[in-house]
Design a protein around this ligand. Structure first.
Ligand code: C2E
Ligand code: MG
Ligand code: MG
Length: 578
């Protein structure tokens, strides 16, 4: 007999078990009066046993649950089933706690309910962890601003609650030239700067409007409630002004500007997708024209809305298997053999069709997707080379284009090493083409990644040589093996000046004992001139257009067969070209 609990528990063992159980235990009679509570209940609720006995469990009710909730509860129990739920309850001291509770009806032999037993566990900590998680799902980690998902929700809420006669504005703000900052100073610095930009922008935006970071260097504002249209316009002006004063990277001043696109529902679209698409179109036009801000207009160019589609669709391209590689051979002129094949990324989209790398690679770089796609390219090219070798196809090497952003990642070198090891490819069978653009500012990280690759034995080529403004400094500073003379210069071979320039270029490259590869060779005349000037390798439509795996294998086999005949010369190469 347990006097204090008010219920007779026949067995001492049971009593002691109930008392020591870590979960709270409450036993009530058939009408819900409390007959027994254990020690855990006391600890959890703050009520002592005397205070609880004879009362109803509503003692700890917080008012958080609705009438229909209790209706469900009783219906379930009277039907003879246990009822499980996380209850929001109130302690004696007034604080709220969450209890994961199971209430079980107890029957006598005739099938009548005699008692209810409830066991429960305080899950308040887990609940607050959950709300922290929920917070994480809506907050951007870099700027502490709401993120894209939150903005998307806010647009939808605003559209649903829009009152007749008022509008909902969406501003998309994209920083100009931010990629160069990431490439030059690295991501940590880039992130700091984004935080500063975010804080400056939050100084402009007021409730009920919402500022969010969309990802990358893009921000968005939802403007809602009365006066949204006018406010959208004035936000755009205020933001452009707020960006005027210089930002700082350490002690170094940097200037940032932004391009803003504005779309306003219902005129510019009355669903969230259209509104975003149109704001993006307007933003793209503003950027193209370098005019800061633009409101969407129906007549805006097709290219601008295509830009949105490309940016939207590329996100999923690698998952949907829309990416592939085309290969283009490089021929060594003296021997007439295939020196390497260059892997060129291709994207075939169900309705955009085949999108040119010139169009989507900058988007991959802007959005950071280039890291994932670049890894895929590298792996796929190495896998393919191994598979050609397995079929005895005479292709000695694969060349892969790598963006500045990949080279600024300290982990890149280890990644390359792992891929080579995995496919059992000797390092010198891989050539990495570093694109020679103005954005390839060689910071310490990039330089050490390039050094690491070189030490590993991977070959390095400077792509599009001569088009960037610091070509010469790159050649002298970086441990490159080959120079790719850009198509622009090959095309200009026909005129006197162009010819002289290429002659000097080749001379210079050879004085550094580097290999030369001329790109974009389209006819016999160009080929002859390049050969005459001592250029060692050529690549271009004249030899072969970029093609698929099978075509490349066939080409390499034909080249090898022709090459074994002594009369082969470079000028015969067109006979093997397809
Ligand atoms: P690139 O590396 O300089 O590649 C050579 C480009 O010139 C290719 O364009 C190729 O199709 C084109 N080409 C080759 N021979 C001729 C010719 O005789 N005449 C003409 N008119 N064009 C020729 P594509 O495939 O459109 O690639 C463009 C650029 O995109 C590449 O220039 C490269 O910088 C970049 N790219 C391609 N694949 C990748 C990749 O996997 N990663 C990165 N980061 N960039 C890539
Ligand atoms: Mg290339
Ligand atoms: Mg090139």
């Amino acid at each position: 007999m347990n006097e204090e609990s008010g219920i007779s528990l026949r067995d001492e063992v049971f009593t002691s078990v109930f008392e020591q159980i870590a979960d709270s235990v409450v036993i009530t009679d058939a009408v819900g009066r409390i007959l027994y509570v254990n020690e855990s209940f006391v600890l959890m609720t703050g009520y002592n046993k005397r205070e609880a006995l004879g009362k109803k469990p509503s003692l700890v009710k917080s008012g958080a649950h609705t009438k229909s909730f209790y209706r469900d509860l009783w219906r379930t129990l009277h039907a003879g089933f246990p009822f499980r739920h996380v209850f929001v309850n109130r302690r004696k001291g007034g604080t709220i706690y969450h209890e994961a509770k199971t209430i079980t009806p107890v029957f006598d032999e005739s099938g009548r309910i005699t008692h209810f037993v409830s066991t429960g566990r305080d899950v308040s900590d887990e609940k607050s962890a959950e709300s922290r998680l929920q917070r994480l799902a809506y907050i951007d980690q870099v700027t502490d601003l709401p993120n894209r998902a939150r903005l998307q929700e806010a647009i939808e809420e605003a559209l649903v609650n829009r009152e007749a006669g008022s509008g909902v504005g969406l501003l998309l703000i994209d920083l100009d030239g931010f990629k160069a900052i990431n490439d030059t100073f690295g991501h940590l610095v880039g992130d700091h700067l984004l935080f500063d930009v975010g804080s400056r922008m939050s100084g402009v935006v007021e409730a009920p409007d919402l500022l969010a970071r969309m990802g990358g260097d893009e921000f968005g504002i939802v403007v809602r409630g009365a006066g949204a249209t006018a406010r959208s316009e004035s936000y755009a002006n205020a933001l452009l002004e707020a960006m005027q004063p210089e930002f700082r990277i350490g002690l170094r001043p940097v200037h940032l500007s932004a391009s803003i696109g504005i779309a306003i529902a219902p005129d510019d679209g009355d669903d969230s997708f259209t509104l975003q698409k149109h704001a993006d179109t307007a933003m793209y036009q503003a950027k193209e024209q370098g005019i800061g801000k633009r409101r969407y207009h129906r007549n805006m160019s097709v290219t601008a809305s295509r830009h949105f589609s490309v940016r939207n669709e590329i996100q999923q391209a690698s998952y949907r298997g829309e990416l592939s590689l085309a290969y283009q051979p490089q021929i060594h002129l003296e021997s007439g053999s295939v020196r390497a094949v260059e892997a060129l990324l291709r994207w075939n989209h169900p309705y955009l069709g085949s999108v040119s790398p010139a169009e989507f690679i900058p988007v991959l770089e802007e959005t950071g997707l280039i890291m994932r796609c670049g890894r895929w390219v590298l792996n796929e090219a190495c896998r393919q080379l191994r598979s050609w070798w397995a079929s005895r196809i005479p292709i000695p090497r694969v060349a892969v284009n790598v963006s500045a952003r990949q080279l600024a990642d300290p982990a890149f070198h280890a990644e390359v090493e792992a891929i080579l090891r995995y496919h059992e490819i000797p390092p010198d069978a891989l050539e990495i083409e570093i694109v020679e653009t103005s954005e390839l500012t060689v910071c310490d990280v990039t330089a050490s990644v390039i050094d690491g690759l070189s030490r590993l034995g991977v070959r390095l080529a400077l792509d599009d040589f001569g088009t960037g403004f610091s070509s010469l400094s790159h050649v002298s500073r970086l441990p490159v093996n080959a120079i790719k003379i850009d198509r622009e210069f090959v095309t200009a071979l026909g005129d006197d000046g162009g010819h002289k320039f290429v002659a000097r270029l080749i001379e210079f490259v050879q004085s550094l004992e580097l290999e030369t590869i001329a790109e974009g060779v389209e006819d016999d005349a160009q080929l002859s001139m390049l050969h005459g000037l001592g250029c060692q390798n050529i690549q271009g439509f004249y030899i072969h257009r970029p093609a698929d795996v099978m075509a490349m294998a066939g080409f390499a086999k034909r080249v090898a067969a022709t090459q074994s005949r002594p009369e082969w010369t470079y000028s015969r190469s067109r006979n093997v070209a397809t």
